[in-house]
Design a protein around this ligand. Structure first.
Ligand code: NAP
Length: 467
């Protein structure tokens, strides 16, 4: 459908105005793909509800993964592009409705990710001492919305920790909880996080997979890293590594699975040295219920087998493990943005396969989606690059064939927001936050310390540029 036959094509005087909602990797890669082409003149507003860019690169990648977090430098180069305007501290649906935003721009790309945890649906899941991995990760990365009280109360009594799920997030959480204070000291974690982790009385960490090692979703590099811990030893029961023919086939056909099994087999011989804590990886165990009155004290698990379709089926054999802290690391799910359709089943925005948003089953002119909110919470940071490019290709094709046109004069988004009393954080403001975090880190001999309070982030902005 052509929006407006009379509308002129985008030009350098009146470029195609594109708002990208979510300044995480998918949003930044989408901005980058838009700026790297010359067919369609564009001007981009990269909007984030936080005063800081980088999404899960800042608030998801574990702080002890310094090399992985260094991708910030690459992402920053895209923010520095003159065609891109970072507009942080603005929540679409709160500060400005989606309809209002759409009146300011010609196209919107939704890249706001999948922030919520998936639920287990078992009794006791809500008890104090039971946390979603999303909460723990947000807390240790210094996310302004992290529930410090809940996480720190759970951690204060945590001797026996059980992590449910065998994805990379489960490994991140298990590893961070089992690290020594000395290992975490150089990271950019906020000081209160370092203090709480140092004070936590963790004596053992157990990671549970409901299926076998051949069905685990962690990747080999992340798995291997567990052997590089100063105060913890990985233990694996050799019985869990005995494979049925289906799993043998899987291991032979899939190199990642084969390598994972090789690493796990190397650990099956491990003995626990005095003074080290055990980090146990157990497979074929699914959670049944959490025990406890006013907080978690134990977790009941059931032994499983993997059926011919690769599903976990219960064997009826139950076991109760002591647990003062249970971390549910069973995946993320997308949340609705007011005014945007969301498939409740898989937590993604419906699209045509290449990123054009569907409303009532038909492509909605000027609306696109990329990243986790498009394809679900899968893949590594780099996966978003290809994904964002696919979406941007669809957007540009629509601009070239006239489906997507410029709409004449539109009000400037930032001017509108400021007139309503919002406090958009622009690139220079973010640089002030960045400098404040580097200075805070330097005061303790670190490269950076993450500032976790929204007010502190905004104070750094105001201090640099009094308004
Ligand atoms: P994930 O890879 O999808 O893993 C989820 C885990 O939860 C799976 O082991 C799954 O088992 C299990 N699970 C789901 N429902 C369950 C239930 N009801 N009971 C017990 N177990 C259940 O998700 P993730 O770990 O959250 O990671 C999300 C994405 O981020 C992934 O693509 C991951 O690779 C990526 N990531 C990458 C890195 C890195 O590169 N270093 C770090 C963190 C995250 P089943 O397989 O049986 O369903």
């Amino acid at each position: 459908m052509v929006l407006d036959d009379a509308a002129p094509p985008p030009s350098t005087d009146r470029p195609l105005r594109v708002a990208i909602i979510g300044a995480g990797p998918a949003g930044i890669f989408a901005a980058d793909a838009l700026t790297r082409q010359t067919d369609v003149p564009v001007a981009i507003d990269l909007i984030d509800r936080l005063p800081t860019p980088f999404g899960l690169v800042r608030h998801g990648i574990a702080p002890d993964h310094a090399k992985m977090r260094a991708i910030r430098e690459t992402l920053h180069r895209s923010l520095d592009q003159p065609l891109v305007r970072f507009v942080g501290n603005v929540e679409i649906g709160v500060d400005l409705s989606l309809d209002e935003l759409r009146r300011h721009v010609d196209a919107v790309v939704y890249t706001y990710g999948a922030a919520l945890d998936r639920r287990l649906g078992i009794p006791g899941e809500e008890l104090p001492g039971s946390l979603a991995a999303t909460d723990v990760v947000a807390w240790y990365c210094g996310h302004p919305d992290a529930d410090r009280t809940r996480v720190e109360a759970a951690l204060a009594g945590a001797r026996s920790v059980v992590v449910i799920g065998v994805g990379n997030v489960a490994l991140d959480v298990a590893r961070v909880l089992a690290r020594t204070p000395e290992e975490l000291e150089p990271t950019d974690m906020p000081q209160h996080v370092l203090d709480a982790l140092a004070a936590a009385p963790v004596e053992q960490v157990t990671v549970l997979g409901r299926r076998g090692p051949a069905q685990a979703s962690f990747t080999t590099q992340e798995l291997r890293e567990l052997s590089d811990m100063a105060g913890a030893t990985v233990l694996v029961d050799p019985v869990d590594l005995e494979l049925d023919p289906g799993s043998e086939e899987r291991a032979a056909a899939d190199r990642v699975v084969g390598r994972n099994l090789g690493v796990l087999r190397g650990w099956a011989e491990h003995a626990l040295d005095a003074g080290r804590i055990p980090l146990r990886l157990r497979f074929f165990r699914r959670p049944v219920r959490l025990h406890g009155d006013d907080r978690v004290t134990a977790i009941e698990i059931e032994r499983t087998a993997v059926d011919g379709d690769g599903r976990a089926v219960g064997t009826g054999e139950l076991e109760v493990l002591p647990a003062d802290l249970v971390v549910r690391s069973v995946g993320y799910r997308g949340t609705p943005l007011p005014g945007l359709p969301l498939d409740e089943g898989n937590g993604t925005v419906p699209h045509d396969g290449t990123g054009r948003v569907l409303r009532d089953g038909r492509p909605s002119t000027g609306e696109y989606v990329a990243g986790w909110i498009k394809r679900g919470p899968t893949g590594v940071v780099g996966t978003n690059k290809h994904d964002a490019r696919e979406t941007v290709d669809a957007l540009l094709a629509d601009a070239v064939d006239g489906t997507l046109a410029v709409r004449g004069d539109v009000d400037d988004l930032v001017t509108t927001l400021q007139a309503r009393g919002a406090e958009p954080v622009l690139l220079e403001d973010w640089r002030a936050i960045d400098a404040a975090e580097v200075a805070l880190g330097a005061s303790r001999g670190r490269a950076r310390t993450t500032m976790h309070e929204r007010e502190a982030l905004l104070a750094a902005v105001r201090a640099a540029a009094p308004r």
